[in-house]
Design a protein around this ligand. Sequence first.
Ligand code: AMP
Length: 417
Amino acid sequence: MQQYIDKYDFTGKKAIVRVDFNVPLNEKFEITDDTRIRAAIPTLKKVLSEGGALVIMSHLGRPKGVDPKFSLKHIINHVSELLGVPVQFAEDCQKADAQAAALKPGEVLLLENLRFYAEEEGKPRGLAENASDEEKAAAKKAVKESQKSFVGKLASYADCYINDAFGTAHRAHASTALIAKYFPDDKMFGYVMENEIKAIDRVVKSPEHPVTVIIGGAKVSSKIGIIENILNLCDNLIIGGGMVYTFVKAMGGKIGNSLCEDDQLDIALDIIKKAREKNVTLFLSKEVVIADAFDNNANTKIVSNMEVPEGWEGVDTAPSSLERWSDVILNSKVVLWNGPVGVFEMPNFAKGTLKVAEMLAEATKKGVFTLVGGGDSVAAVTKMGYADKVSYVSTGGGAMLEYLEGKELPGIAAIRE
Ligand code: AMP
């Protein structure tokens, strides 16, 4: 049965906590962005403040085996600083029995990178490129077999399990999903997970309407899963960015050199049809900013999205379209934004994306619930200084997108079932 971090009694208990400490490091192995570590601190402090002890586990990067470059050693001091207590380190996550057993209330043990072991992800490593199907199947079976003792060992260190790594919740890995079975009555989400789920559920299961979803970015193909699911729950769907031109071409417009996925034209038409059937108002950036080169200093002009001349390409959303969106956004109860609505990496084409961030901030002030998620839109709001002016910024790129697609995430299911 699922437990709740705010109600659970941690006194004298050891909690094994899966966090996402997969932070970027520079060439001197210094942390360049500690957002993910900071995010987990409230959960970790909660356990310590209630007289519990912590066994912390995470992955870092994508090592192919033991590799000092990806050691969690590099972050011990920073974690210790943020927690305000010393952090012990287990050099091998599978040989931490004695250290875990000796932990006293208030003490912290950080395990070495879980992905030093293939068993964490449950995928075989080191297979020859020309391996036969039988060899592949045998290697897969072997790693799945040894995964059981790998998970069992991790579970043996603690009395309860907390999953606070939303960023890996869409993966059925040892530490994110399988381990939960060892704690049938002592498993729970940490605050990061609780907050992410709550925020996304306010969109996905929103009782408050109108719900408006803004989807931008480069490709229809990478967003199709979300768009199809979101059509079932939103009232307004705003499409911006490079995606627009696949729709425009599908509708018979001229797109010049704009981005387009020719294999998605039928899908684009299908989305338009479904939106109509489901009474979702679709906004497709009626007017766009076009440039005569993919260059910040290119010449630009504003045209109808159906009339992009040869030699020109769409690079941003025009002010007239943004104005229409503004009305829709300000009159919504819930707004989700995923993906930039222009080539925001180039300052001259970042105006539309900046304006969307501004509109969300204004809507938030009015009491609209605004959620921003997905790598590039998070980067955009953060870079533009709007991260704390919207209701919630999701940290879990891939996990959030899969949740929005309506998929059940293994990391969430393992705690709930
Ligand atoms: P995604 O990862 O699918 O959210 O796409 C983000 C990328 O889409 C960013 O790198 C943007 O520069 C790019 N993008 C947005 N609008 C356009 C556009 N009109 N033409 C080309 N790329 C775009």
